[in-house]
Design a protein around this ligand. Sequence first.
Ligand code: ATP
Length: 235
Amino acid sequence: MDDLLETRQLGAGYGDFRALSGIDMRIAAGEVVTLIGANGAGKSTFLKTVAGLLKPAGGEVLYKGHPVDGLPAERIVRQGIALVPEGRRLFPSLSVEENLMLGAYCGRPGRWTLDTVMNLFPVLRERRRAPATALSGGQQQMVAIGRALMSNPELLMCDELSLGLAPVIVREIYAALPEIVADGMSAIIVEQDVRLDRQVSSRFYCFQEGRISLAGESSQVSDEAITEAYFGVHA
Ligand code: ATP
């Protein structure tokens, strides 16, 4: 299978601080992979770097075989990579519908429209005129996912979808994932709940202190191996 995205020795940081080093990862078309690891391990930094929100401090990002590292974020979205950022980052003064429409500005055609997003999350149709701040956390997460889908990505990257949400809401959100990837979209998902990770992904990468400490098939890795890769041998 050809890789949709590949990073080679990718590094990134904030000022002089190197948050990420030597990241080799790949994802094929239609694949769902998860990123796990403790707080501060570098997962968000990785997603932000691929999305063009942070400039790489070394290495390459190849999308469909072509380098995209260092391109501005809007050009990366236009090529088909969308990010659901940590903390959702909705525009509080805009309505649900207006927030969703922001995702469509790049003009990529595809199956995701206001209508299909609202079919996926029917509560958003009911609340379409409400300001984003009037929504519950789970509903706001649905808007953030919907906004990313409105750009009709081929690669959807989701940063901590379950952050701050009750388990029942997390289940509801993840229940939409099979429908989201049904037509062959790839997804990279940061998720702290390792049991959930195994359910939704075929492969995983575990980050530790800015590096990949373990990668493999989600169904085959042992709990012990994950614990060690997650916390490190000195934990
Ligand atoms: P979390 O679950 O907490 O988001 P993470 O694995 O996504 O964890 P990152 O957010 O990528 O980790 O953080 C990696 C490292 O970079 C951490 O040491 C963090 O303190 C640092 N860092 C993250 N954002 C910034 C920033 N804007 N400025 C400076 N340092 C940052």
